[in-house]
Design a protein around this ligand. Sequence first.
Ligand SMILES: Nc1nc(O)c(N)c(N[C@@H]2O[C@H](COP(=O)(O)O)[C@@H](O)[C@H]2O)n1
Ligand SMILES: [Fe+2]
Length: 230
Amino acid sequence: MAQLRYEAGRINNPNVHKVGIIALGSHLENHGPALPIDTDAKIGSYIALQSALESGAKFLGVVFPAHELDEIDHGIHVSLEELKKNLIETLKSAKKYLDIEKVVIVNSHGGNTPIMAELADVEDETDITIIFNNKVISTEGPHGGSGELSMGKVLGILNEDEIDNQTDLEKYEEVGLHGFNKARENDPGIEEGARDVEENGVYVDEVYGKQLFELAINSVILDVQKLLDF
Ligand SMILES: Nc1nc(O)c(N)c(N[C@@H]2O[C@H](COP(=O)(O)O)[C@@H](O)[C@H]2O)n1
Ligand SMILES: [Fe+2]
């Protein structure tokens, strides 16, 4: 069997080959008329791929299923148990075929956050060390709001003709999670996002979109370094 040249290419530390970066987003979720239903998956995949290119870590693609709170009905999502099962199978496959021992999960969908409480289990089941990176969720602001619109502009997935309609909130109740009153009552962050869209509307700024991506990518690169230092 061929001897692999782990030091080939722009590789600072050959151990980086044991580190993977995988995106966890949502492919089937309304984001108003200006953004496609797989906006989260594309934002997360872009961050994961760019981070892998910069750090030398392996790009492991994107997890297919996504979870969401019951009180937020804006797409097609699975139970937390089903997401956890799929994540374990996916990571076991990365270990079996690519000899991956450590992974950064790049989360780009707010509804996946509850999986964080299951990660110790996932690490035990897969014998893989995990860092869960939620940076883009914590900086992007409201669902289908200015942050996602601006990143969508950078990715070229934005329908510019529909931007003025994005805040027709009676029609597109998912924008800012405006129409999900129970979720707004239960989560001050969601309430804040809804109020922001209701009071300030939305805008598109490509420079802002690039800054959001840079912040998220740098944060993932730092996580890769932390895993290398383990
Ligand atoms: N979709 C969703 N589900 C939850 O459970 C949430 N807590 C949030 N939070 C807010 O929505 C933004 C996420 O929107 P995307 O899922 O990335 O489209 C997030 O930034 C919070 O403002 N969202
Ligand atoms: Fe989402």
